[in-house]
Ligand binder design. Structure first.
Ligand code: NOJ
Length: 484
């Protein structure tokens, strides 16, 4: 819409200049100075998805059921009443989807393997036909010059394990993940050089086993919840060991965690220190124990009688050294300031006016992608970090001309990438970035109502259309910099 104050003539002038792509000399000089520092030469640009969110084909080639099949089919659990039965038919359209990845110019793709495709019952008899899908996908990626990064567990736990042993309530599930990891590593690591073990422990344990709003929908008391999280940490350690034992030498492995991101409200030395303490304490239940080999005193004291039960041997397994740490970074979770009293930090309340993206939980705080990796690298001496996810949902309406002008997503990405660049320039060891997500997909409890893709998917026809943000990201990747 043309603002009323703008005359027809001046609007015409502006529109003409814009259409010709004209800039004055002064503009060009300024834009060279802003946000244009290149990323490191070997910086890895990628994009990400997960099995249940995109594949569909839930009953094909011997796939077993997962807890998300059960959960999404339970009335009232998914906002729009949908399921992942069809999703975006990636199982059948994977070749076209690889072409979409290639069109972005990225060199890496993070996808997840559906455990119940490979072991329909979670353990026991494998289903080679299930693994074959990933063989086909990997071959297609490599033929197109795209490096596969495979995640072993992105929430689709075999239902059989939930039924038999209570899923993550039992360390039998930890062992089962280790066995599944060994099976996969043996067969895929001739081509897959990088493996993420588990994705977003902080979410799937708390939401699935604590609050009951994700699969399997349980509301366990604190002691059992802490125990379940411990079993996931153990599973991660067993998977790391299994990949080392059964995979090709040199295969790299680590987790992908939605780190509880603590940002100094005002970046004074005291508040930065407070954010470090907060990051360590508030991530003690997974990242902390994985990277330190122990639960912090603060975590154990806070949990008291509800603390997880564990053996020294388990802690050793959990802390098997990793090759990298994946951080999924979206919103600043906690803004903190320093405190004289234990534990040394205050968590500040969010004003209700704090801005968010089209997903209400996705508060806008680009500096989180600067602080979270910087602090994590410092407190845990991490040498290699991947941003294993970052992105946003947007309304993504189709305009009259058939295009999707997702300017809010571009705004979000530009600001987050600028902060990531800042971190890298200061020496924070971020080696790669996986944009969530390649294309719109099943956004868990929100069903198909929240679109995170660079490509818009028409969920009826399954047509994929690049949004404007796809052009933005392609440009960043091609220049290895944000803008000129
Ligand atoms: C994190 C999860 O790993 C992914 O599955 C989800 O779709 C995105 N965040 C967006 O919510």
């Amino acid at each position: 819409m043309v603002p009323a104050s703008l005359s027809r003539r001046s609007f015409g002038k502006l529109a003409g200049v814009a259409a010709l792509g004209l800039t004055t000399h002064a503009d060009a000089a300024e834009s060279t100075a802003v946000g244009s520092a290149p990323f490191p030469k070997d910086f890895l640009w990628g994009t990400a998805t997960s099995s249940y969110q995109i594949e569909g084909a839930v009953a094909e080639d011997g796939r077993g059921r997962s807890i998300w099949d059960t959960f999404s089919h339970t009335p009232g659990k998914i906002e729009d009443g949908s399921t992942g039965d069809r999703a975006v038919e990636h199982f059948h359209r994977y070749k076209d989807d690889v072409a979409l990845i290639k069109a972005l110019g990225v060199k890496a793709y993070r996808f997840s393997i559906a455990w119940p495709r490979v072991f329909p019952d979670g353990v026991g008899q494998p289903n080679p036909k299930g693994l074959d899908f990933y063989n086909r996908l990997i071959d297609e990626l490599l033929a197109n010059g795209i490096e596969p990064y495979a995640t072993l567990y992105h929430w689709d736990l075999p239902q059989a394990l939930q039924d038999r042993v209570g899923g993550w309530q039992s360390s039998d599930t930890s062992k089962a993940l280790g066995d599944y990891a060994a099976y996969v590593a043996e067969r895929l690591t001739d081509r897959v050089k990088n493996i993420f073990t588990v994705n977003e422990v902080g979410r799937f344990v708390n939401f699935g086993y604590g609050w009951g709003i994700d699969a399997p929908g349980l509301k366990l008391p604190a002691a059992q919840l802490n125990q379940a999280r411990h079993h996931v940490a153990l599973a991660h350690g067993l998977a790391v060991q299994a990949v080392r034992a059964s995979g090709r030498a040199g295969t790299r492995v680590g987790a992908a965690e939605n780190i509880a991101a603590c940002v100094p409200a005002i970046a004074t030395p005291e508040n930065i220190r407070a954010a470090e303490i907060a990051t360590r304490e508030l991530n003690a239940g997974f990242l902390g124990v994985v990277l330190e080999g122990k639960y912090t005193d603060g975590f154990l004291a806070y949990a008291g009688a509800d603390a997880p039960k564990f053996t020294p041997e388990e802690l050793k397994i959990i802390a098997t050294p990793n090759d990298f740490v994946g951080l999924n970074i979206y919103a600043p979770q906690f803004y903190v300031t320093a405190s004289d009293k234990a534990p040394g930090f205050h968590v500040l309340p969010f004003p209700t006016s704090f801005p968010h993206m089209n997903s209400e939980w996705l508060r806008i705080g680009p500096e989180v992608i600067y602080w979270a990796p910087r602090i994590a690298a410092k407190i845990w001496n991490i040498e290699t970090i991947y941003i294993s996810e970052n992105g946003t949902s947007s309304e993504d309406k189709i305009a009259a001309d058939g295009q999707v002008y997702d300017l809010d997503r571009i705004m979000f990405l530009r600001n987050y990438l600028t902060q990531m660049q800042r971190a890298i320039a200061e020496g924070v060891p971020i080696r790669g970035y996986f944009l969530w997500s390649l294309m719109d997909n099943f956004e868990w409890i929100f069903g198909y109502g929240k679109r995170f893709g660079l490509y818009r998917v028409d969920f009826e026809t399954q047509a994929r259309v690049p949004k404007l943000s796809a052009a933005f990201y392609r440009d960043v990747v091609a220049r290895n910099a944000i803008g000129v």
